[in-house]
Write a protein that binds this ligand. Structure first.
Ligand code: SF4
Length: 200
């Protein structure tokens, strides 16, 4: 295993979990949304869970909010998608009913069932920084109840890894998208992460 590249180790892990049914979300998903792309990245972006488009395509953050996040990352880091790794706390889409019309936040039991997969991804990638994208992701990782408005932009620790919470891009979209103050705040928080990485 040690002689394998990080990408090969992730591929191996994906093969092991691609038919996972450890929680109820396994029954309604279309695809397990494992994560992508740079297995050697110093930064890993972690959201709460896949939405409708992600479930269809099997790729994280590909809907409207994902495109906004990609835009902010591009403006701050000058990175394309192949430069960093992005995934979610839960790998299958949480929906409010079996018709899969609306998204919802993952339940505690779903987070607990799925976190071991994220833990293994972190052990393989060994990032310097975790960007927790949105309130649910930050709460799940940090085991806190504070809202994103009070914790974004401040450094936290997740198992020895520096963690920066940022606004979720869907929240930014609801507040006006690229012209909103929330977009600028999201970029300011990303700039802190960029500067930290450049100095480490
Ligand atoms: S959300 Fe995670 S634990 Fe639940 S079925 Fe999907 S992969 Fe398995």
């Amino acid at each position: 295993m040690e002689s394998l590249s990080n990408q090969e180790k992730l591929n191996f892990l994906f093969e092991k979990i691609k038919d996972c049914n450890r929680c109820p979300l396994g029954k309604t998903r279309t695809h397990v949304v494992f994560g992508e792309a740079n297995a050697d990245s110093k930064v890993i972006f972690i959201g709460e869970g896949p939405g409708k488009e992600e479930d269809i395509q099997g790729i994280p953050f590909v809907g409207r909010s994902g495109q906004l996040l990609s835009q902010a990352i591009s403006e701050v880091f000058q990175w394309t998608r192949k430069n960093y790794y992005i995934t979610n706390i839960v790998k299958c889409r949480p929906t409010i009913d079996l018709k899969m019309i609306k998204d919802r936040a993952p339940e505690k039991n779903e987070v607990e069932a799925c976190l071991p997969i994220l833990t293994m991804q972190l052990e393989i990638i060994k990032p310097v920084v975790i960007i927790a994208v949105g309130s649910s992701a930050a709460k799940a990782l940090l085991n806190i109840n504070q809202g994103i408005t009070s914790i974004h932009g401040k450094w936290h620790d997740y198992r020895g890894i520096s963690l920066m919470p940022i606004f979720h891009p869907s929240y930014v979209l609801r507040n006006g998208g690229k012209v909103s103050p929330q977009y600028n705040l999201m970029k300011l928080d990303l700039e802190k992460a960029r500067d930290f990485i450049n100095n480490n």
